[in-house]
Design a protein around this ligand. Structure first.
Ligand code: NI
Length: 396
């Protein structure tokens, strides 16, 4: 595998890949509905000699050298869009109302398609196999696509898994990677507060769920500041508060919901314990009833240290010394790549996409668009990872 030849191959596909990315951007599909995206990727893979199989319904798994006796390295891209509107006036803006690629998964998919095309040139010369994981539903729909792919055996025979994300909050030209926990355990909570409604002028006859809930919102902010030590390590945010319909009626109930982010099991257990105590205590104080429900989301994403070193080393080669750091990691976002990392040595890394002097829209902002300059960069990372892991026979 001569990396320079492969990079030349990538360069010759540059315009085609940009067109592919814009086509995916114009036709966004949310989790487990990526039928068109799956078809585009499947046809591309066929064209380059792969025999992809469906996975997790709308995802795809393809092996470069399925009969190889050597190790298998997996590369993963997420494919789904978000259920939101696009506000840009890009010529390739979303044609699907209420659907938009606002996390760059159109770019990640294109990068893996480009890597697949280049790697097809060295099918007969590699001492191992490359498994391409085109994954649906990263954005939290029905537990995410990664877990389903793992359950369906997508990691069978795999030695290591690599995945990337573009990140506009960090400067373009930078690689951010770290060993250990890099993204958070996610819990979603729902609190129902049941009081007794009545006339707004007669508080003595009611049990006000709004007052109780307001205290609850404030008290929950003590979970991290008073419930954990100096090292902290959790976020508790109340993100919705719904109660009442008019100005002179005390309602019967109120509903709160929010998110918890943490990086270790003991921390998340402590946070949930304190939240239950505070919720029940506040209910007793105000004479209301509460129900506290928790949904467990994606687990902590823990990067393998050897894989993180591989990516950092490649980052210095691709982006230059000084461009590689672990600044701002871990971060409190959630990512279902965590399920791969629970099963195999894995690393998830970030390519900065923020343009200096500009207020580059962040991921999940309605104005966000993936930066096409990152397509060849992402491909080069994936190709060099494969060269590093398979060419020298490092992985067994
Ligand atoms: Ni994303």
């Amino acid at each position: 595998m001569i990396i320079e030849n492969l990079l030349r191959e990538t360069e010759s596909l540059r315009e085609t890949l940009i067109a592919v990315r814009h086509d995916l951007h114009a036709h966004p599909e949310i989790g487990f509905e990526e039928h068109r995206t799956q078809k585009v990727v499947r046809e591309w893979l066929h064209k380059f000699g792969y025999t992809p199989r469906d996975s997790a319904g709308t995802g795809l798994v393809a092996d470069l050298c399925p009969d190889s006796k050597g190790p298998t390295i997996a590369l993963r891209a997420d494919m789904d869009a978000l259920p939101m509107e696009e506000t840009t006036d890009l010529p390739y803006r979303s044609v699907n109302p209420g659907r938009a690629h606002k996390c760059g998964h159109d770019g990640h998919t294109t990068i893996l398609m480009g890597a697949a095309a280049a790697l097809a040139q060295c099918r007969d010369t590699l001492d191992g196999n490359v498994r391409l994981l085109f994954q649906p539903a990263e954005e939290g729909v029905r537990g995410g696509g990664a877990r389903v792919m793992v359950d369906e055996g997508a990691l069978e025979g795999v030695s290591e898994v690599y995945g990337l994300h573009s990140w506009p909050a960090w400067p373009k030209g930078e690689l951010r990677v770290a060993a250990g926990p890099v993204m958070a355990q996610v819990h979603t909570f729902y609190i129902s507060v049941r009081g007794k409604g009545g006339h707004g002028s007669q508080p003595q006859s009611s049990r006000d769920p709004i007052l109780a809930s307001s205290h609850l919102v404030t008290s929950l902010q003590s979970v991290v500041s008073r419930g954990l030590g100096f090292e902290g390590g959790a976020v508790v945010s109340v993100c919705s508060f719904n109660a009442g319909t008019t100005s002179n009626v005390t309602p019967d109930d109120a509903r709160l919901s929010g998110t918890i982010r943490s990086f270790s099991k003991p921390t998340s257990e402590r946070v949930l314990e304190r939240m239950r105590e505070i919720t029940q205590g506040t209910a007793n104080t105000f004479g209301v009833e509460v129900e506290f429900e928790v949904e467990e989301g994606f687990p902590v994403l823990v990067n393998n240290s050897e894989c993180a070193e591989v990516v950092a080393r490649i980052g210095e080669k691709v982006l230059g010394q000084g461009a590689v750091s672990s600044r701002d990691l871990p971060m409190a976002g959630g990512e279902d790549f965590a399920y791969y990392a629970q099963n195999k040595p894995s690393v998830f890394f970030f390519l900065g996409a923020g343009i200096e002097g500009e207020d580059t829209p962040t991921c999940h902002h309605t104005d966000f668009d993936f930066d096409d300059d990152l397509i060849p960069v992402g491909i080069e990372f994936f190709l060099r990872i494969i060269a590093d892991r398979l060419e020298d026979g490092v992985v067994s």
